[in-house]
Design a protein. Structure first.
Length: 270
């Protein structure tokens, strides 16, 4: 019978990070990580050993830890995630923080999150600003299923609509539009390391700007007077996104940086 210590040794031999291995063990054993650390002589039964071994193999192959655990923390919310949605990144919290600043003095603001994925942005904004009316869209119905389940589990009143970018929003106007669209260029070598996440959420192909062009170009009919548009983008795309916004009549264009100091989010208002 395998023990926790032996499982951790197996993880090390497989090339799995110790912290990841501890979290996988905690998940399989339905215990906390601190329990795993304190009980290295605890036995695993055969099904638990098999589950841990399979998870180590998947993690060693590059599958995100969040998919193995089925969850990811984002802006203080524990979200359920699977391979139908992009794993929420801490850098995207910059977009949420900016949105909540803009909503701090707004009453009954109408907010939309385009391409919501797991619902991370929409749910974090609703959690931080309960008075806002929040709608989230996605072209993937499987992703919307994940987002809806998160909203129900967290008891956050967010509405959802299927459709690509503005296609789901005919005749609707908003005070704040948010999006973390696919923006990685089609030939970017980093895509190889992201093969387990949905390609639709990562890259539009080409130079990576097509989704951003579509969002900015189609924004005007859906923006209330004075409305803001906030966009996440690649570290090297701030200049291009700023130019797009100015080209389409936006004002007060500015960019904010992520935790690594990279230009990550650009916004402007009409």
């Amino acid at each position: 019978m395998q023990t926790v210590a032996q499982a951790l040794a197996q993880a090390r031999a497989t090339g799995v990070d110790r912290l990841d291995a501890q979290l996988i063990l905690a998940h399989v054993l339905t215990q906390g990580r601190s329990w795993v650390i304190a009980h290295d002589d605890a036995p695993l039964d055969a099904p638990q050993s098999d589950a841990v071994r399979a998870a180590f193999t998947r993690r060693a192959a590059g599958e995100p830890l969040a998919y193995l655990l089925g969850e990811k923390e984002f802006h203080g919310l524990l979200l359920q995630v699977d391979a139908n949605v992009l794993v929420p990144r801490p850098d995207t919290e910059v977009l949420v923080d900016w949105a909540l600043e803009l909503l701090a003095n707004a009453e009954a603001a109408r907010v939309v999150d385009l391409g919501t994925g797991s619902g991370a942005i929409a749910l974090a904004v609703k959690h931080g600003c309960p008075a806002a009316t929040v709608l989230a869209t996605d072209t993937s119905r499987a992703a919307l299923g994940v987002a809806r389940a998160n909203a129900q589990r967290l008891a956050l009143d967010v509405a959802f609509a299927p459709g690509s970018w503005w296609a789901a929003l005919a005749g609707q106007r908003f005070d704040l539009v948010l999006s973390n669209p696919p923006y990685i260029a089609g030939g970017d070598p980093h895509l190889a390391a992201l093969q387990h996440e949905p390609a639709l959420a990562l890259t539009p192909g080409g130079d990576g700007l097509d989704a951003l062009r579509e969002i900015v170009g189609g924004a005007a009919p859906h923006m209330a007077p004075g409305a803001w548009l906030l966009l996440e983008h690649g570290y090297d795309q701030a200049g291009a996104v700023q130019a797009l916004l100015r080209e389409h009549g936006f004002e007060s264009v500015s960019t904010r940086h992520d935790l690594a100091g990279q230009p990550r989010c650009t916004g402007a208002h009409r």
